[in-house]
Design a protein around this ligand. Structure first.
Ligand code: HXC
Length: 257
């Protein structure tokens, strides 16, 4: 049983994971990250899970890596840090993640949120990479994913000044896709995840992979991947079902085959 997470579901295809270290604003210590990696590994093999929602509390999604724990690690400790393995597991997860963000979303917390496919935030959310204030820098994708999400200008300002941005600014910059009243953020994220969970799982998986290619390959390679993935889906029963359901004017029921 995880100690630092609350796990609910899967319900209607959606597994809910709540980061739960209220005494430290959900700072990501090794134990929490390990539990998260383990939970996602289980969810990957569970056909009932079609999408995951990750959230924190109203006060904080997560205020970063655990600074107290970090203080105990020297250079060799960081080189051999088991958290790197947990981050890699989270990054490899192959189903859609929707992040529901309220309050502080800083450092490793912002990096975790950027591992999500879709970010939905309450209007009080604050996104930042304040590591520079500690004499360090982002280490779980913050420099790379932030540039891809918001562009070089704003990412550079955020990383080099350590100053956070508001949810409104994050929406304008493209880091998040929707802004909500803080008390509705989770509900909205779950609704989005439930919508995805009704779609054909193989189509979701390949579309998601193709979208990822847009971030890390050149256009020609990405287009080739898209074409192959599109062609592959022609062999699925869910494609037949989707097209037949449209013709018969009824909702499709997808099986994952
Ligand atoms: C450990 C943390 C923490 C953190 C907050 N707490 N952030 N503990 N690691 N990242 C603890 C505080 O010590 C305090 O516990 C409690 O949570 C409440 O925090 P307060 O500071 O009292 O709250 P507040 O005054 O509202 O200020 C909120 C805050 C501030 C602005 C978010 O806590 C803050 O600046 N936190 C650090 C943010 C940060 O620098 N993050 C980046 C971390 S480095 P006690 O018991 O002391 O009262 C990082 C590197 C990633 O993320 C690299 C990945 C490989």
């Amino acid at each position: 049983m995880p100690n630092h997470l609350i796990i609910e579901g899967p319900e209607r295809g959606v597994l809910r994971i709540t980061l739960h270290r209220p005494e430290a604003l959900n700072a990501l210590n090794t134990a929490l990250l390990g539990e998260l990696a383990e939970t996602l590994t289980g969810a990957q093999d569970d056909n009932q899970v079609r999408a995951v929602v990750i959230t924190g509390s109203q006060r904080a999604f997560a205020a970063g890596a655990d600074i107290k724990e970090m203080a105990e690690r020297d250079l060799v400790g960081i080189l051999e840090d088991p958290r790197q393995r947990h981050w890699a597991t989270i990054a490899r997860f192959n189903k859609p993640i929707v992040a529901a963000v309220n309050g502080f979303c800083l450092g490793g917390g912002c990096e975790l949120a950027m591992h999500a496919d879709i970010l939905i935030a309450g209007e009080d959310a604050r996104f930042g990479q304040p590591e520079i204030n500690l004499g360090i820098m982002p280490g779980a994708g913050g420099t790379q994913r932030l540039v891809r999400a918001v562009g070089k200008a704003l990412a550079t300002q955020m990383v080099l000044t350590g100053e956070p941005i508001s949810a409104r600014r994050a929406l304008e910059a493209g880091l998040i896709s929707e802004i909500t009243q803080p008390e509705l953020t989770l509900e909205r994220a779950v609704a989005v995840a439930e919508t995805i969970a009704t779609k054909a799982p193989l189509a979701v998986r390949l579309a998601r992979e193709a979208l990822h290619k847009a971030e890390d390959t050149d256009l020609a390679t990405g287009l080739r991947f898209e074409r192959h993935a599109f062609t592959l889906l022609a062999g699925t029963r869910d494609r037949e079902e989707g097209i037949r359901a449209f013709q018969e004017k009824r909702p499709a029921t997808f099986s994952g085959h």
